[in-house]
Design a protein around this ligand. Structure first.
Ligand code: PXP
Length: 242
């Protein structure tokens, strides 16, 4: 697949800053609306078990206040399943979640947790929610996603973003190979985590990848340039890669 690569802007860390003081500022909904004006194609938000950034009320306001599709990142738990089924976002991305981690540190073990994922994937899909799995770019995990019957896979680019030199080339190849395997089997490939202005282009150039989800860097950069400028620059770097 080639053509326009979609940008999903993750607004979690607008909520992180708001929560540092309580109250309502800065407002993640306002950030989502600014991202939309700057060329985002979707908004992503992760409702964590500990509600450390996005809250239930944020999900409610985002569902009602944005025109763009909402991609709800969620752990594979009964609580999150009930919330997703109540709100029916456009998409739900199932992510691994450990309370003590700082961020989503690795992909979901779709192969190891296969049996537990089946009912969650099935119920989300039956509700018309586009399900994706946030996995490492390996054949084992892509194969599990295929067997689970999800329409979308999101590849974790965290390792690619961390390493340099020859290791980065190897990581990029793993992502490209896994995206090609997904696309060959009719699954849409997305990618995200740790992407920045400096590393986004080679990932954006992988022709089978249809969407990138980017958050922390864009919100951090917005401190210096404003959110619309930060999103617009990412959008233009992504477009330059195609
Ligand atoms: N995609 C998924 C599934 C995520 O969980 C996250 C956040 O951890 C991202 C993309 C965005 O990562 P980052 O904030 O590093 O851009």
């Amino acid at each position: 697949m080639t053509g326009r690569l979609r940008l999903g802007v993750n607004i979690d860390h607008v909520a992180t800053i708001r929560n540092a003081r309580g109250g309502e500022h800065p407002d993640p909904l306002r950030a989502a609306q600014a991202a939309e004006r700057a060329g985002a194609d979707g908004i992503t938000a992760h409702l964590r078990e500990d509600r450390r950034h996005i809250t239930d009320a944020d999900i409610d306001r985002l569902m009602r206040g944005i025109a763009l599709p909402l991609n709800l990142e969620m752990a594979a738990t009964d609580e999150m399943l009930a919330i997703a089924l109540a709100h029916r976002p456009h998409a739900a991305c199932i992510v691994p979640e450990k309370r003590e981690e700082r961020t989503t540190e690795g992909g979901l073990d779709a192969a190891g947790q296969f049996a537990a994922l089946v009912p969650i994937v099935d119920q989300l899909g039956a509700a018309g929610i586009r399900v994706s799995l946030f996995i490492e770019p390996t054949e084992l995990q892509v194969d599990a996603a295929l067997r689970l019957g999800v329409p979308v896979i999101e590849f974790h680019t965290g390792r690619f973003a961390l390493v340099g030199g020859e290791d980065r080339v190897v990581e990029l190849r793993r992502i490209a190979d896994a995206a090609a395997l997904a696309a060959k089997n009719g699954i849409e490939a997305h990618a995200g985590h740790g992407l920045t202005f400096d590393n986004v282009v080679p990932v954006a150039a992988i022709p089978q990848i249809a969407e990138l989800n980017i958050g922390h860097f864009l919100i951090g950069e917005a401190i210096f340039t404003g959110l619309e400028a930060s999103v617009a620059r990412m959008r233009s770097l992504m477009d330059s890669a195609r």
